[in-house]
Design a binder for this molecule. Structure first.
Ligand SMILES: Nc1ncnc2c1ncn2[C@@H]1O[C@H](COP(=O)(O)OP(=O)(O)O)[C@@H](O)[C@H]1O
Ligand SMILES: [Mg+2]
Length: 339
């Protein structure tokens, strides 16, 4: 009689076995453990210009879950060959209209960069497609190019854990790319408003891609009302804490925080075991420690430049990303070549 579907048999004597049997009652051969059930697959879904299948979870931020997947663009000739992508969707259980707003905002902000030549946006993650959040039952979703690698946050954590600071070459490379991305964002009339290591993706070949444009807004707009708690306290500018209008100098303050962390392994205001609000108050009121407190061998001009970049008053900081890159590059670039 043919086996019933799923009938188990001894791997040695083919005796029929009950599921979970470890020793065959007939020949006493040890049986392999059952393979663990495969992870539950997410159903494929349709976006505005193609469809995507899902693999596994890549990461999770405050508002979203990001999945690795494959995307099939729809053209007049039918579906194209799949490309690997990152699919960003709402975290289940989030207050929907706020979180929806973040994803919609991100699509609009990145959409306004899409018209620029590809060479200009090498350091910004590319948005490939989006689901229409007004009509799609699957909820809002964004499809990005996949950046295989890790975030700058993970890289920094690894370096701190191994007590091996980033090399001067890596610090300069990441900072130059980050300020390059910000130059393009500001040129388009926007402020990113959430510059931090977790939002800088590092591709395996060393290319940095700025991502997470959920809080991006036109230059001069404020972070207001329900969004006021948004942003990560260790990196946000005093004007963002205070709900004042944001300009490019706000992102450049955050970029200076990231640079401080790349150089020393920590942000100027200690965040460990402290309330978010206390760190936010530091951003507004406390003088940041000098770079040389944590990195005594740093050139004094580097510490002074960083101190100026962290001024409380946005008018006293760098106003343009290119100027900031050039000023720091004069010190960091020669140092990066010495190694
Ligand atoms: N394009 C991508 N390629 C690879 N990983 C990504 C990509 N986009 C996001 N991720 C991963 O997902 C995490 C959360 O994404 P992010 O856009 O920052 O969401 P949130 O708005 O929730 O912070 C990132 O820190 C990163 O680990
Ligand atoms: Mg993020």
């Amino acid at each position: 009689m043919p086996d019933l579907p799923g009938q188990l048999r001894c791997t040695s004597c083919q005796n029929p076995l009950v599921a979970g049997t470890r020793i065959c009652p007939r020949c006493h051969a040890l049986q392999p453990r059952e393979a663990p059930a495969p992870p539950r697959q997410r159903a494929p879904r349709t976006f505005a210009h193609g469809r995507a299948t899902y693999d596994h979870k890549l990461g999770e931020g405050a508002s979203a879950v990001v999945w690795k997947g494959s995307y099939f663009a729809l053209t007049v000739r039918g579906y194209q060959a799949p490309v690997p992508v990152a699919i960003k969707e709402l975290r289940p259980g989030l207050q929907m209209d706020i979180a929806r707003g973040l994803l919609r905002n991100e699509a609009v902000a990145l959409g306004s960069l899409a018209a620029l030549p590809a060479a200009a946006t090498v350091n910004v993650v590319q948005l490939l497609d989006a689901a229409d959040d007004a009509t799609d039952a699957g909820g809002p979703g964004l499809v990005f190019e996949l950046i295989p690698g890790e975030t700058l946050e993970t890289r920094l954590a690894r370096q701190v854990w191994a007590r091996r600071p980033l090399t001067a070459a890596a610090i300069w490379s990441f900072f130059a790319q980050l300020t390059g991305a910000l130059a393009v964002v500001h040129e388009s009339g926007q402020v990113h408003a959430d510059v931090k290591p977790a939002n800088a993706l590092l591709r395996q070949d060393g290319v940095l891609k700025l991502t997470d444009f959920g809080l991006a807004r036109p230059i001069g707009a404020r972070v207001q009302g329900h969004e006021a708690g948004a942003g990560t306290s260790a990196y946000i500018s005093p004007e963002q804490v205070l709900g004042n209008p944001l300009g490019p100098a706000s992102d450049l303050y955050s970029a200076a925080m990231v640079l401080f962390e790349m150089l020393t392994g920590r942000t100027p205001f200690d965040v460990r075991g402290r309330a978010e609000l206390a760190v936010r108050m530091d951003q507004v009121h406390s003088e940041p420690p000098h770079l040389r407190t944590f990195l005594p061998q740093a050139p004094p001009q580097l510490g002074d430049l960083l101190h100026a970049a962290l001024a409380k008053d946005p008018a006293r900081r760098f106003q343009r990303a290119e100027d900031m890159r050039a000023a720091f590059g004069a010190i960091l670039e020669p140092a990066s070549r010495e190694l």
